[in-house]
Design a protein around this ligand. Structure first.
Ligand code: ZN
Length: 312
């Protein structure tokens, strides 16, 4: 795997690493699905590299083990991972104090080159867990690196934030996304499709690549709404049969359809394709649709309701 995009961010991380501190504490902040965890692993690779090369030489024994960790995480390969890297993430939606205690013990064990703790979705730490981590951030063990990954650092304790160097990750460009997907082996035709709902992250592209129906139904519904906007046409039969198809999807797919529609409609709004009132109504109806589905309203009825409320 390669690090793609985030060129300025790379420089920022390297500048900080070159200061040669005894220990490092980072916050990697940015939207989901833009590569923060992969960057954390490569930062760890550089820190642990036997040849001390920037993001790691890629060839020494330590770098090879980090490569295994990456392959295990991203490609489900069954490999021996790097013993000096620990990754923790929420269990049942929370990172609890026991997880942090265990991680701190791990950091305190001696090692030749150093130890790295990566906390994914760090905003999921409860207060006890945060306080336990804070103590370690105040006096980090020698040769340790702690990387907190989060989509919003304001959800962390301010005392934690002030003890870390924040690295802010921006959205990916269309070019970055093309490059990442083609390296993963996707075809140009598939890539064009996902760029249609480009929002600077890889969340939606992966949803669409895994489930084409979600994209197709979203597009159909979007087109039906646009026919009303542009020509005042109402297609009752089309929406009824589309809603029947959608009725067979699970809730996650429905929420993904709503997310895709939000992106598509937002883009139209930016092109001033809607009356302001209509766009407001659209967003409102999309929210109602989400709530209805999460409350168990039949999906078919929820989608028909969405459409007919709009065109009424
Ligand atoms: Zn190396």
């Amino acid at each position: 795997m390669k690090l793609i995009g985030h060129e300025k961010t790379k420089e920022q991380i390297l500048d900080f690493l070159e200061k040669d501190y005894d220990s490092y504490s980072f916050i990697f902040e940015g939207k989901n699905c833009i590569g923060k965890k992969l960057f954390a692993l490569y930062t760890a690779r550089g820190f642990l590299c036997e040849k001390n090369i920037r993001f790691g030489c890629g060839e020494c024994n330590s770098c090879r083990l980090v490569n295994n960790t990456v392959a295990k995480l991203y490609e489900n390969q069954d490999l021996n991972t790097h013993p000096e890297i620990k990754i923790i993430q929420p269990e049942d939606g929370k990172i609890k104090i026991d997880q942090i205690r265990e991680a701190i013990k791990f950091l305190q064990l001696t090692s030749k080159k150093g130890k790295v703790l990566i906390i994914d979705e760090a905003e999921s730490m409860n207060l006890e867990a945060s306080n336990a981590l804070l103590k370690t951030l105040e006096e980090p063990p020698l040769k340790s690196m702690i990387i907190l990954i989060t989509s919003n650092k304001n959800k962390l304790l301010p005392t934690i934030v002030s003890r870390c160097k924040t690295i802010r990750f921006k959205s990916l460009s269309q070019e970055d996304i093309k490059q990442i997907l083609s390296l993963k082996g996707y075809l140009d035709t598939q890539i064009e499709k996902v760029l249609d709902i480009f929002d600077g992250t890889l969340c939606m592209p992966f949803v669409i690549l895994e489930n084409e129906k979600v994209y197709n139904y979203s597009k159909d519904l979007f087109n039906l709404v646009m026919l009303f906007v542009e020509k005042k046409e109402i297609h009752s039969e089309a929406i009824i049969s589309l809603s029947e198809l959608i009725d067979n999807l699970d809730n996650d797919s429905i929420f993904n359809i709503v997310a895709i529609l939000e992106i598509l409609f937002y883009r139209q709004a930016m092109k001033l394709e809607f009356e302001p009132d209509f766009y407001e109504k659209l967003i409102d109806e999309l929210n109602k649709l989400k709530i209805a589905v999460s409350k168990g309203v039949k999906k078919k009825l929820a989608f028909e309701g969405f459409y007919f409320n709009l065109v009424r």
